[in-house]
Design a protein around this ligand. Structure first.
Ligand code: HPA
Length: 277
């Protein structure tokens, strides 16, 4: 058997032994947002370290656990903390949790992240609905023998971020009075932030926000036929657009500041997404 698939199955068996819960929506909480899963009715928690073979994050501020529960009556699994390619993991390990959540039963995936703002008029603290992505600065997680059990060899990528989910999120933001920008997310490897010249490159390529996660996860989820949506928290203006050097602290402080609003939008969106069936 394919080694990547074998590892995934081991993790799935480990999950099945510990948790009996079938989520509809999978939510990934990004940098600094991982502590804000507190408005759900928790039914179970599973530390990544308790799943055999599961990749565990080394980044400070990234907790590592799945939380299972309900947002109103919508069954969700929340990833509090993700692993990143820059930590040195194989890209197949980086997306393993996404694949695992699909096996748990999740049909819809809600991705969040902190990102640097590039788009015209963007400010630190803005929220951006992801409309599309540029992911080919990191290896595709589909490289290697295709896992036919998960999806086809050459998956279509013409609509990664589901139009219906986007409409629902835009509606939720409007009703809550939360301003929501829209734009294209680009994933670079990190861990260094970009040079001003690299940010210019991203801008020329059509990106509005730059980060170090998400796009590879969306590729893996798209491969498995999940419905995907995503929001970036613009935690800072990207290098060269901001007039000061960037620090991880600025990213975390802004994410902390915006988190209550972000959480409100995510939770209301999930309630509505759950009704889509
Ligand atoms: N660049 C890359 N990743 C990021 C940034 C950034 O400016 N901010 C938060 N994550």
């Amino acid at each position: 058997m394919n080694a990547v698939y074998e590892k995934l199955m081991k993790c799935y068996e480990s999950f099945q032994k510990k948790i009996h819960f079938r989520p509809d929506v999978a939510l990934v909480l990004g940098s600094g947002l991982g502590d804000h899963a507190d408005s759900i009715q928790v039914e179970g928690v599973l530390d990544y370290s308790h799943i055999e073979g599961f990749p565990v994050s080394t980044v400070p501020g990234h907790r590592g656990r799945f939380v299972f529960g309900y947002v109103h009556d919508v069954p969700v699994v929340i990833m509090q903390g993700r692993v990143h390619y820059y930590e040195g993991y194989d890209i197949s390990d980086v997306v393993l949790p996404i694949r695992l959540m699909k096996l748990m039963g999740a049909k819809k995936l809600f991705l969040t992240n902190a990102a640097g703002g590039i788009g015209e008029g963007f400010q630190a603290g803005d929220l951006m609905l992801i409309t599309g992505q540029i992911g080919n600065f990191v290896p595709s997680p589909l490289i290697g023998p295709n896992m036919d059990e998960l999806g086809v060899r050459f998956p279509d990528m013409s609509q990664i971020y589901d139009e219906d989910l986007r409409k629902v999120i835009l509606g939720a933001a409007k009703d809550l009075g939360i301003p929501l920008r829209q734009g294209v997310y680009i994933q670079l490897t990190g861990p260094n932030y970009e040079s001003p010249q690299e940010v210019q490159m991203c801008k020329i390529l059509g990106a509005d926000a730059v980060g170090m996660s998400t796009a590879c996860e969306a590729i893996a989820a798209n491969h498995m036929g999940m419905k995907i949506c995503g929001i970036s928290c613009i935690s800072n203006l990207a290098c060269g657009i901001a007039d000061h050097p960037l620090t991880h602290k600025e990213v975390q402080d802004t994410a902390d500041r915006v988190a209550p609003l972000f959480k409100q939008l995510i939770m209301e969106s999930i309630v509505r997404i759950g009704k889509l069936g």
